[in-house]
Design a protein around this ligand. Structure first.
Ligand SMILES: Cc1cc2nc3c(=O)[nH]c(=O)nc-3n(C[C@H](O)[C@H](O)[C@H](O)COP(=O)(O)OP(=O)(O)OC[C@H]3O[C@@H](n4cnc5c(N)ncnc54)[C@H](O)[C@@H]3O)c2cc1C
Length: 266
């Protein structure tokens, strides 16, 4: 059996249905909602675990986040991951997407023995879809984004399907390489109670900025290493509904006039 060593970067995100936005401070109030694994990352994990079950190998999950992100990694172990690594340190805080990708890529260099990296296509909070391709760029490996089906795989290459702008593409990726997956790629499994209980005691290895110093430059981590900065965040104000009743013989004429003026005087 060929062994495929797979890494799945996973982000813990707030429950997006419940989270509040602090308009004063212009940021997400993370205390207003519970945290959970980014849904797309569960698809990434499922695909990695399926590949491991088919052709052998290991699945390592890695997350950069606060200490609580350990819960997401333990949940990943319950769903079939073998190893879990949490990058947690004040030195990583305030990272933009590039500095996030740089820290993840540096940790992946430290892991060293990998064939495939599987990311989600995007997160439900940041929603940029940049971290997967940026991580591949920093590692200098090829990548394919928006994969919705894995067709064939072996130790040297993987053939995948993507769908973009109404067209279906069959693409081949030489390994080591990175793919990002959409939610259509699979249906993530639910962990059994037994798996959840076992995963509670799983070891989550924690690495800080100093642990990665040998493999990357610390000045590129966190806010200090971020080439972009959020200057201001504004939440668009919701317009209240207005109603107007058109009556009399000119009702239709007046309605048309009103509609024309609402859409910019056509
Ligand atoms: C200037 C600036 C400052 C910021 N400061 C903070 C801050 O202080 N605190 C904060 O929480 N956010 C901060 N952010 C947001 C942070 O940069 C993003 O959350 C992060 O880079 C991931 O981007 P994304 O959510 O768009 O991920 P995407 O690019 O949409 O994610 C794609 C995939 O990449 C992987 N991935 C993404 N993020 C992680 C991760 N952290 N760990 C493992 N895998 C991951 C997952 O597989 C995911 O599906 C800041 C952003 C900017 C621009």
């Amino acid at each position: 059996m060929e062994n495929l060593n797979i890494i799945v970067p996973m982000k813990e995100v707030p429950d997006i249905e419940k989270v509040h936005f602090d308009r004063e401070k212009g940021r997400i109030d993370r205390s207003s909602a519970t945290a959970e694994p980014n849904p797309f990352d569960l698809n990434a994990l499922e695909e990695a675990v399926k590949l491991k079950e088919e052709i052998g190998g290991t699945v390592t999950v890695i997350s950069m986040g606060p200490p609580q992100a350990e819960d997401t990694l333990k949940d990943a172990v319950a769903r079939g991951a073998d190893h879990a690594i949490l990058l947690t340190d004040k030195g990583f805080a305030g990272a933009d997407t590039w500095a996030t990708s740089y820290a993840l890529a540096t940790a992946i260099k430290k892991i060293d023995n990998y064939d495939l990296i599987v990311c989600g296509e995007k997160t439900v909070d940041g929603d940029t879809g940049q971290v997967g391709p940026e991580t591949a760029g920093i590692l200098n490996i090829p990548h394919i984004a928006y994969v919705n089906g894995v067709i064939k795989r072996n130790k040297k290459r993987i053939i995948v399907q993507t769908e973009l702008w109404g067209r279906t593409y069959k693409k081949e990726l030489k390994l080591p390489g990175l793919i990002t997956v959409t939610k259509d790629v699979n249906e993530p499994r639910l962990p059994s109670l037994n798996d959840k209980l076992k995963a509670r005691n799983a070891e989550v290895v924690k690495w800080g900025a100093n642990d990665l110093a040998e493999f990357g430059d610390k000045k590129h981590f966190g806010g200090r290493g971020s080439p972009t900065a959020v200057v201001k965040i504004e939440v668009p104000k919701e317009k209240g509904r207005k109603s107007k009743i058109f009556e009399g013989p000119d009702a239709v004429k007046n309605l048309v006039k009103q509609l024309r003026s609402d859409v910019g005087g056509i």
